[in-house]
Design a protein around this ligand. Structure first.
Ligand code: SF4
Ligand code: SF4
Length: 372
């Protein structure tokens, strides 16, 4: 099995330079050494090395792959090893529960399907599962469907799209998990089933354009579904276009100092750096400042790669905590982001640091909706 993984991920090209580990944000706080993992698992043919708890600390942020001078993809290797361990039934119980939730109910929290679109009740949004037609599908995401905090982002986005005159609809209770985190946790078989089912549904409903709340859904659709008949966008791309074309205009000022946390799945993995900043700078009254560690050098929040369902080891300071500390030192009022997982992890870090009410964590869309 290890031989297969080494060939699949071209690990024999690894020269053990360590640039992957040097770039790895999780290695900052100690537990994970991706170069050593490659050596132990692949060179020494020792899958047991990967079974150590810190192996699940990887957020699959992909910084290691961006830094590798040989063009290797260490983060894909981690996903492959997770898959090999899952085949042996070796998976953290919380991750197993999340995968079961997706299989049975279409979401990793195991919430019942009939409540998926409850957040949209009374908002007058078209429901394509009920026969409504629209130019654009808004793919809501499991987090935005069920988590009350992220539901606020979905409401801000749908409200803004409606005001901009965009003809859109949702899939209501027919929407299922995109499978991004399923794949990142190593469950390739379940991911392939989701790809097949979701694409079948999109085609049955005549969908040709999709916009997502989450960079994780966007990344999976764009890079793994790869359906040439459907155009996928993250909302920051669509909203930036609507602003630049004058379809979305602002009437209020937000007199706040705002910074932006680049979600790894939007920035590092899909090179979408400019659109979120363009939106923020377009909002009247916002004074925008970038983090020192921004864009390609941005610090991961530790919410990706299944980490919403795997606690991880507790060595060192959480990266989301470092992010909040940096933001406080910069003197900002608001940390804006554009990802449900970043929003939740950063907000949690602010609360843990006792900064609740002193610094706000907002999705960009919430700021847009406030200023319209
Ligand atoms: S950066 Fe690439 S070549 Fe260097 S140790 Fe990491 S995987 Fe190997
Ligand atoms: S994907 Fe990110 S967290 Fe995982 S090993 Fe690579 S750099 Fe580290």
């Amino acid at each position: 099995m290890q031989q297969g993984l080494a060939e699949k991920y071209e690990l024999f090209g690894c020269m053990q330079c360590g640039k992957c580990t040097a770039g790895c944000p999780v290695s900052l706080r100690g537990p994970l050494n991706i170069r050593r993992l490659i050596r132990e698992v692949m060179i020494d043919r020792n899958l047991e090395a990967a079974a150590r708890p810190e192996f699940w600390d990887c957020t699959t942020c992909s910084t290691c792959s961006l830094r590798c001078p040989r063009g290797l993809e260490p983060h894909e290797l981690i996903i492959g090893i997770r898959g090999a361990l899952i085949e042996e039934g070796r998976i953290p119980a919380t991750a197993r529960d999340a995968l079961e939730g997706v299989f049975k109910h279409g979401n990793p929290w195991g919430r019942i399907r009939s409540k998926r679109s409850e957040w949209a009740a009374d908002l007058g949004i078209k429901d394509l599962s009920k026969g409504d037609k629209a130019d654009l599908l808004y793919f809501v995401c499991c987090a935005a469907s069920y988590d009350p905090r992220v539901q606020e982002v979905a409401k801000a986005l749908t409200d803004s799209l409606a005001k901009a005159g965009v003809d859109f609809g949702i899939l209501g209770n027919e929407e299922s998990c995109c499978g991004s985190e399923v794949r990142r946790m190593g469950e390739e078989g379940l991911f392939e089933m989701l790809v097949e089912d979701n694409l079948k549904l999109f085609h049955e409903r005549g969908i040709t354009k999709v916009v997502t709340t989450s960079p994780h859904c966007y990344d999976a659709f764009k890079n793994k579904y790869q359906d040439s008949e459907i155009e996928f966008q993250h909302y920051t791309q669509l909203v930036a276009d609507l602003i630049s074309q004058g379809q979305l205009t602002f009437s209020k000022e937000l007199n706040k100092v705002v910074t932006y946390h680049d979600p790894c799945y939007l920035g590092k993995q899909n090179s979408i750096y400019d659109e979120p900043r363009y939106i923020l700078k377009s909002i009247p009254g916002i004074q925008f400042v970038d983090f020192d560690r921004c864009r390609e050098r941005s610090l991961c929040c530790e919410g990706g790669g299944g980490r919403m369902w795997v606690e991880g080891t507790d060595a060192g300071e959480r990266l989301s905590g470092i992010r909040i500390r940096d933001a406080v030192e910069m003197g900002v009022d608001i940390v804006a982001t554009a990802c449900p997982f970043c929003l939740l992890t950063l907000e949690d870090a602010a609360k843990t640091a006792g900064l609740d009410g002193k610094i706000e964590i907002k999705d960009i869309m919430e700021l847009v909706a406030q200023a319209i």
